[in-house]
Design a protein around this ligand. Sequence first.
Ligand SMILES: NC(=O)c1ccc[n+]([C@@H]2O[C@H](COP(=O)([O-])OP(=O)(O)OC[C@H]3O[C@@H](n4cnc5c(N)ncnc54)[C@H](OP(=O)(O)O)[C@@H]3O)[C@@H](O)[C@H]2O)c1
Length: 303
Amino acid sequence: MKYLMFEGMKISQIALGCMRISKLTEKETDELIRSAIELGINFFDHADIYGQGKSEELFGKVLANDPSLRDKIYIQTKCGICKGYYDLSADHIIDSVNNSLERLHTSYIDALLLHRPDALMEPEVIAQAFDKLKAQGKVKNFGVSNMTPYQIALLQKHCHQPLKINQLQFNVVNAGMIDSGINANMDNDASLDHDGGALDYCRLNDILIQPWSILQASWSKGTYLDHPDYEKLNMKLAELASKYHVNKSAIALAWILRHPANMQPIVGTTSIKHLNELVQANDIWLSRSEWYQLYLANDRMLP
Ligand SMILES: NC(=O)c1ccc[n+]([C@@H]2O[C@H](COP(=O)([O-])OP(=O)(O)OC[C@H]3O[C@@H](n4cnc5c(N)ncnc54)[C@H](OP(=O)(O)O)[C@@H]3O)[C@@H](O)[C@H]2O)c1
């Protein structure tokens, strides 16, 4: 496993996302967490809404059964998504953290992210909530998810706590933040900027990018692996998988790890077999030409 230094913590470059673990039993969750740790993964991503709290609850039961695990890992969670609306009010942020701490059976979380931009968010109020959680020792680091540079800058203008993470959708199929850069200055659809330049802004400001859903085409289609709509891409993934003696999923992950922004992808598998296949990406360094071949295999063109 490769590691990144982040705010004094040595975090695994590949993190395990826990959104889908709510369907597992306690025993399966225990086995998944321990397998991840054995593979060198020490960073786990949660959100208050995953499984309506069940993901954190299951994870917390494993920690309660073996409290020695807590010191070996970093736990991140998120707040702000409610049923039918977003809520980044101070009361909601603080309540959500307290509930997450209880479900996770821990006295602190290593990183708290604002899950999505709330149109009604007031930066001054969020700053107060963050200061309180930091002073109480309940949250060590803060960040955001799915936010544009201006949204982050506006929050940061008021927040005393540095915003050090932006979790964003990014994979070889959903690569808008790269498309717009490559097509800058061109009169084509690919040049459309959907995130306000999030990639460059995060790099300029030392904000860790955490790509989410690295294998998903969309919620409705599911994964692009072996999906008939992505035949050309799957052929290229298979060709490189055969060259590097790994599975296609590892090549898809290696494509993200090859980017010089030093991102921390969050993998969402609940299968120990799939996790073992994915971490092999750590040993692959795609050539520049291979990286572009994969990028172009999803029906893209260079300007
Ligand atoms: N910030 C946000 O807005 C946001 C949004 C979505 C997700 N997230 C975070 O990102 C994490 C990852 O998201 P995700 O679960 O959508 O990510 P993902 O890693 O792209 O998808 C995992 C899914 O792909 C399936 N899959 C199929 N074939 C696979 C293979 N060969 N190898 C591995 N997986 C395969 C997995 O099934 P198996 O379980 O059977 O392997 C699982 O259902 C979440 O857990 C969450 O922490 C954040």
